[in-house]
Design a protein around this ligand. Structure first.
Ligand SMILES: NC(=O)c1ccc[n+]([C@@H]2O[C@H](COP(=O)([O-])OP(=O)(O)OC[C@H]3O[C@@H](n4cnc5c(N)ncnc54)[C@H](OP(=O)(O)O)[C@@H]3O)[C@@H](O)[C@H]2O)c1
Length: 263
């Protein structure tokens, strides 16, 4: 099975920690040269050191706030020039929208979520697609959520934004398939990261219980009886990027310990 990504370049968004960083490390392990993209320059520098421990292949960093799409596009364009004028792989990822009942979310919350996810995905895809087409190879992987199979109560804005991203990805997949470019999404279940800890804390505050109680309840809902790790989600991201996955496009893959009650 060909999982070799030597000579390939990747732009991995939301990659200073959590699932994004684990994905960047997994791609590095397969030989890829990675540009890490997030906001915090100090965390990005630490993340770059983590990549260098795997393979010191001139990895790069780029910094922008995904709530500001023009800054994102500007930083990504500059990084693409530094990477040689093209990215072979784009991993779309950023912080998830805040939780809370959908009936209490205002219009701004939806605009913010759509901007930081859907609009950046579209802008970044348009940036990288010409180079991918020229090389007859491209991989776009979106990190979304199992809510695209079964909406998660209390994550109304996120459920809505993830569904939009899934429809976007499926449409794009059909348009670029003949150019050797695949577009797929990975759906993390409960994955042990800073994002999950903050969601558990917020839910505990809303319900007036301890965060440990919320965590235990979450684990009780997972057939495998444990949270997932960022590395387990990253393995699915990296697989989609390999030559071996070249005939898989327009799909979603849940990495959730069996939790989602849907096929
Ligand atoms: N963990 C889970 O259980 C789970 C489950 C389902 C879906 N997800 C989704 O999967 C994605 C990754 O989750 P995670 O758990 O890895 O989250 P995380 O640990 O909080 O990491 C988020 C990453 O995105 C970056 N980021 C956040 N806001 C940003 C912004 N405005 N602009 C640019 N970069 C930003 C962060 O770096 P900076 O702060 O330095 O910018 C960080 O590198 C999220 O969309 C999350 O909602 C997670």
């Amino acid at each position: 099975m060909n999982t070799n990504l030597s000579g390939r370049t990747a732009l991995v968004c939301g990659s200073s920690q959590g699932i994004g960083l684990a994905s960047a490390i997994a791609l590095t392990q397969l030989g890829c040269r990675v540009t890490l993209f997030a906001r915090d320059p100090d965390r990005l520098a630490q993340a770059k050191n983590a990549l260098a421990e795997v393979d010191d292949a001139h990895h790069d960093t780029a910094s922008a706030d995904f709530h500001q799409p023009e800054s994102v596009l500007g930083a990504a364009s500059a990084a693409m020039e530094r990477a040689g004028g093209a990215f072979d792989i784009l991993v779309n990822n950023t912080g998830g929208p805040p939780g809370g009942p959908i009936a209490e979310a205002d219009g701004q919350a939806f605009l913010k979520g759509m901007t930081s996810h859907l609009v950046n995905n579209q802008n970044l895809a348009r940036l990288v697609l010409p180079g991918m087409k020229a090389n007859a190879f491209g991989r776009i992987v979106n990190i979304t959520s199992t809510s695209v199979k079964c909406p998660i109560p209390g994550l109304g804005v996120s459920n809505t934004v993830r569904a939009a991203v899934t429809a976007w990805a499926k449409t794009l997949a059909g348009e670029v398939a003949a150019d050797g470019i695949t577009v797929n999404s990975v759906l993390p279940g409960f994955t042990d990261t800073a994002r999950l800890a903050s969601l558990f804390d917020a839910k505990a505050t809303r319900q007036g219980v301890g965060a440990d109680q919320v965590r235990d309840d979450a684990i009780a809902s997972i057939p495998m009886g444990r949270l997932g790790t960022a590395e387990e989600v990253a393995a699915a991201v990296a697989f989609y990027c390999t030559p071996a996955a070249g005939y898989i496009t327009g799909t979603v893959l849940a990495v959730d310990g069996g939790r989602t009650p849907a096929f």
